[in-house]
Design a protein around this ligand. Structure first.
Ligand code: DGL
Length: 284
């Protein structure tokens, strides 16, 4: 088993095995598949190994220490499987673990994280009011609060925040088209509309799967913004910077995933949402 070297510079050029290795993607559950879709769109030749901690989802209502420990375990698993980079496709996990993960792995494993996409929302707002829908963990984490201080406040834009513990479970159980889900979205989002918000930042990777239900709940007053494409572009940059992009003549890409919970439920969601071929399942 490879042991991560702590902050040791490694100037060696990556070998062919490393370049061929998959991108590791981690989420507390299946929401990170919204990021997988964008990664595949931007990097169609790259293989992806996805780790969903479905035995412990949702992370949003867990303590900072629990989120950090669960995330560290997931990333260690992806590292041991030989992933060349890891995308933490979870705003909640990113909020509590990016700094310590980067310190731990150093140059051995580039780590890409997520923060709610407030910047484009601030640039786009006509009303001067933007809303962020995220988990309780993401809302109290420092990443989002730093962006609010650095981007929204200097621009004079008001940021409203909202959360509902019910939303991630709706997606995990494929109930995101249900009327219960729509009513919950209406309950959470209508006050944001009434307060003048015109942009809604989807601050959780599960929420892009709620886009249609959000439209049914509150119409088109809210422009939806998520981080998937920005994270995919950042992943392209990191792969180029580290000489890790797969070449044009590479083997066809494949998607493999591992879940800590019910593999059958996960298989249904993967079949519905993942366009990558050669799907395989393993249990983490
Ligand atoms: N997809 C995760 C995120 O982006 C969901 C968090 C949770 O498990 O509550 O935050």
């Amino acid at each position: 088993m490879n042991q991560p070297a702590h902050n040791q510079p490694d100037a060696a050029k990556p070998d062919a095995t490393k370049i061929a290795a998959p991108i590791g993607v981690f989420d507390s559950g299946m929401g990170g598949l919204s990021v997988v879709a964008e990664l595949h769109r931007h990097l169609p030749r790259e293989s992806i190994l996805y780790y969903a901690d479905t035995a412990h989802v949702p992370y949003g209502s867990r303590s900072d220490a629990e989120i950090l420990a669960l995330t560290a375990r997931a990333v260690a698993w992806l590292f041991e499987k030989g992933c060349k980079v890891v995308v933490v496709a979870c705003n909640t996990a990113s909020a509590f673990s990016l700094t310590s993960l980067r310190q731990h792995y150093g140059v051995q494993l580039p780590i890409i994280g997520l923060v709610p996409a407030l910047k484009p929302a601030v640039a786009a707002t006509q009303t001067g009011v933007v809303a962020v829908l995220a988990t309780a963990g993401t809302l109290r984490g420092h990443l989002l609060n730093d962006v609010i201080r650095q981007i929204a406040e200097p621009a004079g834009v008001t940021v409203l925040t909202a959360f509902s513990a019910a939303l991630v479970p709706f997606v995990e159980h494929s109930q995101h088209h249900s009327t219960e889900c729509e009513h919950e979205l209406k309950r959470v989002l209508q006050p944001l509309c009434d307060a003048g918000a015109d942009q809604l930042v989807l601050g959780c990777t599960h929420y892009p799967f709620l886009s249609a239900a959000i439209g049914r709940a509150v119409g088109d007053q809210l422009q939806l913004i998520d981080s998937g494409a920005a994270v995919a572009r950042q992943t392209v940059r990191v792969l180029i910077e580290h000489g890790l992009l797969r070449p044009v003549h590479a083997e066809p890409a494949c998607f493999e995933y591992a879940v800590t919970g019910d593999p059958e439920r996960a298989a249904l969601m993967v079949a519905q949402w993942v366009a990558l071929p050669f799907c395989r399942v393993s249990v983490a």
